[in-house]
Design a protein around this ligand. Structure first.
Ligand code: S3P
Length: 181
């Protein structure tokens, strides 16, 4: 957990695929009266392509550049809840940008929960493998320490409904962003 003085201009949600960053972020933005930015959607709009097509045509490394640029752009103006893609906070070089961009909350979930939540659609290229459960476990093991270091607060979403998780995130953000945490 990073204890640096939080930059309180925006609220940034990080965490693995399937932890609810988009659905929870949308609800939190409504509750805080902030605008909502989902970086994956922002990139898709800018590129005129869906994420799997971007990965296929341009490759993962180009996508990582796009998401770093999208975060910098989205965070330039205060008052946003920003949902990141699961890989953004897992790139060590993005940590300073994340810290500068706002108050960072890590949404956590177990591998089993993530598998259940992601198995229904094919829009995540990294999980189109022969054994997605094993892929989730491997990626989680690689990423958890980075997520932990990037955040100022974390919430487990395993046993929470979207509304319950959003209420917890909004409450924490309100307190933190008014100087409480
Ligand atoms: C990715 C997560 C996805 C998307 C891309 C790569 C990752 O976003 O950015 O498929 O590396 O974890 P979500 O976390 O919103 O699914």
């Amino acid at each position: 957990m990073n204890n640096a003085q939080p930059a309180n201009r925006n609220l940034i949600l990080i965490g693995f695929m399937g932890t609810g960053k988009t659905a929870i972020g949308y609800r939190v933005a409504r509750s805080l009266g902030f605008r909502f930015v989902d970086l994956d959607h922002m990139i898709e709009d800018e590129q005129g392509m869906k994420i799997p097509e971007i990965f296929e045509r341009s490759g993962e490394s180009a996508f990582r550049d796009m998401e770093r640029a999208a975060l910098a752009k989205a965070a330039a103006e205060a008052g946003a809840v920003i949902s990141t893609g699961g890989g953004l906070a897992a790139q060590q070089e993005n940590l300073p940008l994340l810290q500068d961009s706002g108050y960072v909350i890590w949404l956590r979930a177990s591998a089993e929960t993530i598998f259940e939540r992601t198995s229904r659609n094919a829009n995540r290229p990294l999980l189109q493998t022969a054994d997605p459960m094993q892929t989730i476990r491997t990626l989680l093991a690689q990423r958890e320490d980075l997520y932990r270091r990037a955040c100022q607060f974390d919430i487990s979403t395993d046993d929470l409904s979207l509304d319950e998780a959003a209420a917890g995130v909004a409450e924490t953000a309100r307190y933190a962003m008014s100087g409480g945490l």
